[in-house]
Design a protein around this ligand. Structure first.
Ligand code: C5P
Length: 323
């Protein structure tokens, strides 16, 4: 007897649950800032890649990408306070605060580019996983640029910060914009898009990370045609009436990373079995995410998935930004 693979089962499920959420996601200005006793706090959000196509290897060793980023309402926080000497304090993770830290490197690069003295007391409260594929380090570096731009009164437009962000990593420029955005070139040329993906996200965060450089080093062309193997409808984006690019979810790095970390395809299949419309790895992993049509289904799935060993589970939503 032939057994339908889990991916096809999920596609069939779309047919039985066509009553999609009809909500919208009100856009907010980016980033989220609030006052604190000694200065201000900026959220440093996570992203997922809704789509990640690896097109070719470039002369500089990087890979040409076509990607779509989506900001989530799950974030680290960075407090910025005026202080003559620069310092970085980190809570919630065992990370170096010196030049090995992207935040310190970003601060120094901005000081050099602007001629402003390197100053300010920064306090990072870490919630996001390390080497998790949700962009935590890049997000922290980009928010450092936005925060110091404000703290130092530079008032540079984002376009002036972009070259510094690009030096900090290919994911970093996205976090100067947040929301929904496409990324081309190395993933660092950003086109901000209106709206956000509707539905509820369930993130599975394994207790191991994946090194991005390793995942890309394993890419061999031609890649397996991921899109031909997977039958998924395009994602539903908020803000009806606008002409959106049809985002077809896929991740070209999945086959490579799933081959080495065999727990990941198992968890991906579990997400689909529990009713997700889409289940993917984000970036180079290790985080997986499912998109569910309602919070109720997502919460049930999250409860089931939290029974799995060696995993953290997080339910969150996409964020839309003013464009
Ligand atoms: O840019 P970032 O430092 O985050 O990238 C980490 C590594 O991932 C790079 O050194 C490179 O090996 C690989 N990479 C790539 N092509 C990209 C982005 C990253 O090959 N577009």
């Amino acid at each position: 007897m032939q057994v339908a693979p889990p991916l096809l089962k999920a596609a069939e499920r779309l047919f039985f649950y066509p009553h999609y959420l009809m909500d919208s996601i009100p856009p907010r200005s980016y980033p989220d800032v609030r006052d604190s006793d000694s200065g201000f706090v900026i959220s440093s959000p996570a992203k997922v890649n809704l789509r990640l196509r690896v097109l070719r290897k470039r002369q500089d060793g990087y890979h040409a990408l076509e990607t779509v980023f989506q900001e989530l309402d799950w974030a680290d926080e960075i407090e910025f306070s005026p202080e003559q000497v620069f310092s970085l304090e980190i809570r919630g993770a065992n990370l170096p605060a010196d030049e090995r830290n992207l935040m310190t490197r970003a601060a120094r690069s901005l000081a050099e580019a602007s001629g402003h003295e390197l100053s300010g007391k920064l306090r990072l409260s870490k919630n996001l996983p390390l080497q998790g594929g949700v962009g935590g380090g890049s997000s922290n570096a980009a928010i450092t640029l936005l925060g110091l731009n404000r703290l130092w009164g530079l008032n540079w437009p984002v376009s002036h910060l972009e070259p510094i962000a690009t030096k900090m990593g290919a994911d970093c420029p996205f976090f100067l914009h947040g929301g929904l955005a496409s990324g081309t070139n190395r993933g660092d040329i950003i086109e901000p898009l209106k709206g956000a993906v509707l539905g509820a996200f369930v993130l599975l965060i394994p207790n191991f990370g994946v090194e991005t450089a390793w995942a890309f080093s394993e890419v061999r062309f031609p890649l397996t045609e991921v899109e031909k193997n997977v039958i998924f409808s395009p994602l539903r984006i908020s803000e009806e009436g606008e002409a959106y690019p049809q985002i077809k979810p896929c991740n070209d790095l999945e086959n490579i990373v799933f081959h080495r970390y065999s727990g990941l395809p198992h968890w991906r299949d579990r997400i689909l079995e529990l009713g997700a419309q889409v289940a993917l790895m984000s970036g180079s992993g290790s985080t997986l995410f499912g998109i569910f049509e309602s919070s109720e289904i997502a919460q049930c799935a999250a409860l089931e998935l939290s029974q799995e060993r060696d995993l953290r589970v997080k339910v969150c939503r996409a964020v839309a930004r003013e464009r």
